[in-house]
Design a protein around this ligand. Structure first.
Ligand SMILES: Nc1ncnc2c1ncn2[C@@H]1O[C@H](COP(=O)(O)OP(=O)(O)OP(=O)(O)O)[C@@H](O)[C@H]1O
Length: 376
């Protein structure tokens, strides 16, 4: 797929900026805090309706304005689409395809696909499980857009069940059992859907990531990715997972009442990353952790391409300079011209001259983009 144009209006620090992408690779150059990452974030939002920076919609709208809009023209094998995302400071966002408002956000997802790779991704190894869940969920949304809806349903039930538990913190257990059973049933149904999809995604991703990892590390290290659901067990049939889920809720009933929160379910899942059978967080150097994250990102690219049958976009936010020349080349060789790639950097010095020649270079300064004459 190919992103032909992007138009940002009152988005972050952009007032009204159009960009035409004229090559498979675009390098955005500028000092810190000029708007390079903001532009990648706009593309990420079109792909997933999420931002890895976790901002609220009102943070995405330019200061002093009430509405922001991101427009894009995207070319796919099936034809050209115009995508529009409108963000509002005070009310809900809306999306449109070819000028027609789409009521269900999941119908908007899956048109533009992108893999984002930024220095924040190192937190996948070093940080807590919520970052890994979030990463997997964002990938799943692109692999099967209906997942966005399933996840939303689960979180809705979870919020309501938590509110119920909090309201009845001091109540005697017996008096709550029958009402709680209604929430339990909904939590189990919605949660099982999430668990099964996460499990399937990791099963597909893990061997691809392990192969990339072996190739980058020269086969000296073995990467293992394991889904460690909060509802553990060998079961993988929906009925069996539901049974195990309910059983665990019953076990933790008193603890949940005491703490006023839901202690069981996929909101507590973990995705374990290990190298040579040691948890990756403890394993090693920053370089090894970077190799792992690079392998994950290359696996995401490959898996999305396999599933959607078109190469997704790759968004590289200030990460090339952090990779050593060998890993840089590994990444650049993989990309070639197959994946349209947007790259941000503060300086062009670290780029291979061949690469620079075949790339479109844009300068970003204070929310404005200039298109310089070709660099020789
Ligand atoms: N809602 C907003 N309204 C106006 N300006 C904003 C808004 N959100 C962010 N900004 C501005 O955008 C700038 C940050 O841009 P961005 O994160 O894209 O930086 P960058 O060019 O990628 O630089 P770095 O190399 O530091 O990541 C900051 O100046 C910030 O004040």
């Amino acid at each position: 797929m190919y992103l032909k144009t992007l138009h940002l209006r009152q988005f972050r620090n952009y007032q009204d900026q159009k960009v035409e992408f004229a090559a498979a690779k675009t390098i955005l150059v500028g000092n810190n805090a000029q708007g390079k990452s903001n532009l990648l974030e706009a593309v990420e939002l079109l792909a997933t309706l999420r931002s890895h920076r976790m901002g609220r919609d009102r943070d995405l709208v330019k200061e002093g304005e009430s509405t922001a809009q991101i427009n894009a023209t995207l070319e796919r094998f099936s034809g050209v689409s115009e995508l529009t995302l409108t963000l509002r400071r005070q009310s809900r966002r809306s999306v449109a395809i070819n000028g027609e408002t789409v009521r269900r956000q999941m119908d908007f997802l899956g048109i533009l696909n992108a893999v984002e790779f930024s220095s924040l991704d190192l937190e996948l190894v070093r940080g807590g499980p919520d970052g890994r869940r979030n990463w997997l969920d964002t990938l799943l949304i692109q692999l099967e857009p209906v997942y966005a809806h399933l996840l939303h349903q689960y979180h809705q039930v979870l919020r309501q069940r938590n509110a119920f538990l909090k309201r009845h913190l001091e109540a005697p257990a017996k008096s709550l059992q029958s009402e709680l059973a209604i929430w339990d049933a909904q939590l189990v149904t919605a949660g099982t859907r999430v668990i099964r999809r996460r499990d399937r995604a990791i099963q597909r991703l893990a061997p691809i990531a392990a192969a990339w990892h072996a190739s980058i590390s020269g086969s000296t290290e073995v990467l293992e990715i394991k889904y460690a659901p909060n509802i553990s067990g060998e079961e993988n049939q929906p009925g069996e997972i539901e049974q195990a889920f309910l059983g665990k809720i019953q076990q933790r009933f008193i603890a949940e009442l005491n703490q006023g929160t839901t202690l069981v379910g996929p909101h507590r899942d973990e995705i374990e990353l290990s190298i040579n059978q040691t948890p990756a967080r403890q394993y090693g150097s920053q370089g090894q952790q970077r190799t792992l994250v690079l392998a994950l990102k290359l696996a995401e690219l490959q898996l999305i391409e396999e599933v959607v049958k078109e190469p997704p976009l790759l968004l590289l936010d200030d990460v090339l300079a952090e990779l050593d020349p060998y890993r840089q080349n590994q990444l650049l060789d993989t990309i070639q011209d197959r994946f349209q790639t947007l790259i941000t950097t503060t300086h062009l010095g670290s780029f291979d001259s061949q690469w620079l020649k075949s790339s479109q270079i844009l300068f970003v300064k204070a929310g404005e983009i200039s298109f310089p004459a070709a660099i020789s």
